[in-house]
Design a protein around this ligand. Structure first.
Ligand code: UDP
Ligand code: MG
Length: 140
C-alpha cells in the first residue's frame, strides 16, 4: 500500500477537554504524520455542507449544533494506508463499541460527542481535505 493522505477533525468535546495533544500522540505513535493542522470555529453553513451526506438522518441538526459549539482542529494525516489506519486508531462511532486503546474508547463521551472525525474512504478524504486546505498548507 502506497503512502496516502486522509482528513481528520478533533471535535469540540475534545478541544474543550484539552485533549488535542493526547489525540495527536495516538496518530504519531501509529506512524501517521500530521502534515497540516489548524484550529478554527465552524459556521453552521460550513458544517451543514461538510456533513451533507447525513442531511436526512434524525441526528443531523443536533450534530450541526454540537460541531459549532466550540473550536475544532482540522488536520491532514499522511502515511501507509492512512484512511483505513486512521479509522482503526479512531475506533467505532459509538465509544461504547470502540476497541480498547482507540481514541473514541479513551476520549469519546457518547455516539454524538465522540471526540474525532475521520474520512471513511479515499474519495471522501480527497474531498474533505480540499474543503479545508489549499495545497500550500499541506507540507509532507
Ligand atoms: N452521529 C450521531 N448519532 C448517530 C450517528 C452519528 O450523533 O446515531 C454523529 C457522530 O458525531 C458521528 C457523526 O454523526 O461521528 C457522523 O456519523 P457517521 O455514521 O459518519 O460516523 P463516523 O464516520 O464519524 O464514525
Ligand atoms: Mg462518517
Amino acid at each position: 500500500m502506497a503512502k496516502e493522505r486522509t482528513f481528520s477533525m478533533i471535535k469540540p468535546d475534545a478541544t474543550a477537554r484539552n485533549l488535542t495533544g493526547k489525540i495527536n500522540a495516538k496518530f504519531e505513535e501509529r506512524g501517521l504524520r500530521i502534515v497540516a493542522q489548524k484550529r478554527l470555529r465552524l459556521s453552521r453553513l460550513q458544517t451543514r455542507e461538510f456533513y451533507i451526506i447525513h442531511k436526512d438522518r434524525p441526528f443531523y441538526e443536533e450534530l450541526v449544533e454540537y460541531m459549532v459549539s466550540g473550536p475544532v482542529i482540522v488536520q491532514v494525516l499522511e502515511g501507509e494506508d492512512a484512511v483505513v489506519k486512521n479509522r482503526e486508531i479512531m475506533g467505532a462511532t459509538d465509544p461504547a463499541n470502540a476497541a480498547v486503546g482507540t481514541i473514541r474508547k479513551e476520549f469519546g463521551e457518547d455516539i454524538g460527542r465522540n471526540a474525532i472525525h475521520g474520512s471513511d474512504a479515499a474519495d471522501a478524504a480527497a474531498q474533505e481535505i480540499r474543503f479545508f486546505f489549499s495545497d500550500i498548507e499541506i507540507v509532507g
